[in-house]
Write a protein that binds this ligand. Sequence first.
Ligand code: 6CS
Ligand code: FE
Length: 319
Amino acid sequence: MREAQDRYPTRIERRPKPFERLDPVVYSQGSTQRDGPLSEAQLRDYDDQGFLFFKSFFSPEEMQGFVDDLQDYDRDTELKKKDQVIIEPHTDEIRSIFAIHELSRRFDRLTRDPRLLDMAHQILGSEVYIHQSRINDKPGFTGTGFNWHSDFETWHSEDGMPQPRCFSVSILLSENNQFNGPLMLIPGSHRWFVPTGGQTPQEHWKSSLKNQTVGVPTPDVLHRLIDKHGLAAPQGPAGSVVIFESNVLHASANNLSPWPRRNLFFVYNSVANQAVDPFCGQPPRPEFAATRGEVEPLRRLQSNAGAQQGQPLAASFKH
Ligand code: 6CS
Ligand code: FE
């Protein structure tokens, strides 16, 4: 049994008031660790706002192979029966596929792309591994949204992640626009920990990954934070990237447009912040939702390993 002190109590009987974050946002120290793809100004911005947006970080062509894979998965009736595939509440379409980097070599290799991995090292100041990976596929007209939450609040209580030393990379596989339910964030909210009420039900993931109700802050708290900090909804073409700190409050609306919103997420966590027993007292979630046990630090992908040099990323892999 691996226990740690609960420094971020949540979902307990007497709900604590929101309190200031106890940990850094950017962990690297000294000029060597702080060196990396992000400029000092970008690191400061990430520190203040809790997210960064990179329009057209990858080219749409680089994304195509990932989109093709996703379309194959959508036709794969056997895959769709697995627990790691979450189906939309009102249709038989895919809402999310978890542990996507274990399903596909193409996705696995992308987690080790130096363009992403070097950022993770720079922000987290240590070796890293993937705590969770997934695709959220929000189909046109029927794709449903995600309620307000902090990922860290869930990962702390349900997965036993001790600290917010972790962030998500969200890679837009389709255009995200004002109509198709883009990610909305409260800039600066990562500086507060907002405990939520209610107990975590048994096997909560079975319902929460379709529609989350526990782990959601009250409208009152959200109202105050949004009045103070406003909202952001980064939008751009396929290949754009949002990185956001694990404790930023975020949500997204239903997709009532005809255009699917397909986003890929990799959650990079510090090896110094591995999951212990869940703080909510329930058994751990399945491995597809949260990596546990021995972890291997990610190593940079060598550009010529198994791929022809100069070829775009997506074209060079087969899963
Ligand atoms: O429960 C989780 O781990 C997930 N749920 C949401 C709504 N966001 C992050 C994560 O995939
Ligand atoms: Fe989330």
